[in-house]
Ligand binder design. Structure first.
Ligand code: HCA
Ligand code: CU
Length: 430
């Protein structure tokens, strides 16, 4: 079954930035925010370079634009294959012959079929009772498998976490002979880690030969911890998006998941991915949304930005005092020190003395710091805190040191080599 010659790795990220991600409310104003074809191509390239093998797209029936874009995405995928290996493009489809035919015609490598199994879905979504759902799903998949032995087939009971295990098993027992994996999506974000662990184990016991795919929405803020728990309990496929964008508050963030697996020393799962591209990939997608990498993303520059005076002076001496995470391995190659009213004399001396080559001793730095805190509130936002400091340097009559010419354009300072991440640069910004 499935595609011959490909053996799924210990953890297969199923990225759905281009499907679930496009359902994000962040794209609320289509005129301003949408993924153009070029955006989609950029994102696909990023995902493939990162090492993602399963990339979910909308079924072509969703819109003519989506249908056209699939062909461009496929062409790029093929172009990258010789160097980066083959990535599978899979279509997210309802258990509907029309959706399925359109996806097959478009040449997808697999189908992610979903059908509501919860009481609510039975009643308000497709209006079919569970036995009917099971019968339909079986007929459809049996037929598909017969005609297409070499595509990936995944079946999900939508809203699985509001469906009893008994009901889910009733449907999954019917389809399991025909699928490559079963999906268990937490469509409305109700799952808790305990429940996830329990359910994943129950699945593993009942279907030991069929890999499980999980998908967690973040309504309670549990999408990341649920995914980690599921991986630990034996789920092999995890749906993610870059930055976790998706319907409502979104789903598990791809780089956050790999980052946490790395921290927990699950190296086997992380190894196939180019983790040093994590931050660049986050920036790429944030940029498409005209935003910065969100401050709650673990792999972000936010987690390398220091604001309070106490933190800043400690970071200058030894960065790991306030930096516990190996973010440089995930591509965060800067740390930022933000100049502002909370900055202390240490960083002010660093900024004026090391970045701008003024000659100043500790006593002067302390004096300037005191003045800075007095005047800075009145001068921003017209002047930046950095400007205020440079003006104070003039006011205090500071002189520039002679500096070696090769340092003349040095804006970023290499921090002391003894830090947690020697290749990280320090920027002082304000
Ligand atoms: C949705 C569907 C889905 C599907 C997940 C899956 C969900 O957008 O409502 O096919 O496994 O969360 O249930 O994203
Ligand atoms: Cu979803």
């Amino acid at each position: 079954m499935g595609i011959p010659h490909y053996h799924p790795r210990p953890l297969e990220i199923v990225d759905t930035t281009l499907r679930e991600g496009q359902q994000s409310p962040l794209l609320h104003d289509y005129a301003k925010y949408h993924f153009s074809r070029q955006d989609k191509l950029d994102i696909l390239r990023g995902l493939i370079l990162y090492g993602v093998k399963f990339i979910e797209l909308f079924a072509p029936v969703v819109s003519p634009r989506e249908a056209e874009d699939v062909q461009a995405l496929k062409a790029l995928r093929d172009e990258l294959a010789p160097q980066h290996g083959h990535a599978f493009l899979v279509a997210h489809v309802r258990a509907h012959p029309r959706d399925i035919e359109s996806a097959l015609r478009a040449g997808f490598d697999g189908l992610h079929i979903y059908m509501g199994t919860s009481a609510l879905a039975q009643r308000y979504n497709h209006g079919k009772a569970l036995d009917e759902v099971a019968r339909r799903a079986r007929r459809l998949l049996e037929d598909l498998r017969r005609h297409r032995p070499h595509i990936w087939l995944r079946f999900s009971g939508e809203d699985a976490f509001r469906t009893s295990l008994e009901d889910l098993f009733r449907v999954y027992d019917e389809v399991v002979p025909y699928v490559d994996r079963l999906g268990m999506p937490d469509t409305v974000g109700v799952a808790t880690p305990d429940l996830v662990a329990q359910r994943v184990r129950a699945f593993r016991e009942r279907y030991p030969d069929t890999p499980l795919e999980v998908h967690f929405h973040d309504d309670r803020g549990f999408a990341l911890v649920n995914a980690l728990t599921a991986v630990r309990a034996g789920a092999q496929f995890v749906d993610t998006t870059v930055l976790g964008i998706g319907e409502r508050s979104g789903i598990t963030s791809m780089t956050a998941l790999l980052f946490n697996l790395f921290l927990e020393e699950d190296y086997e799962q992380v190894l196939p991915y180019q983790i040093h591209l994590s931050y660049p990939l986050n920036v790429l997608v944030a940029d498409k949304l005209h935003m910065l990498v969100p401050f709650k993303e673990p792999v972000s520059l936010t987690n390398r930005t220091h604001t309070a005076g106490v933190h800043q002076q400690a970071v200058l001496k030894h960065a790991s005092t306030y930096e516990a995470m190996p973010l440089a391995l995930f591509g965060v190659n800067h740390r930022d020190i933000l100049l502002g009213p909370l900055s202390g004399w240490n960083i002010i001396r660093y900024f004026l003395g090391e970045v701008h080559y003024f000659d100043l001793d500790e006593a002067t730095a302390r004096e300037i710091a005191r003045r800075f805190k007095e005047v800075v509130y009145d001068r921003v936002p017209e002047a930046s805190p950095a400007r205020v400091l440079l003006d104070l340097a003039e006011e205090f009559g500071l002189r520039k040191r002679v500096r070696p010419p090769e340092d003349a354009f040095r804006l970023e300072e290499r921090l002391y080599p003894a830090t947690s991440a020697p290749e990280t640069f320090l920027r002082v910004r304000g």
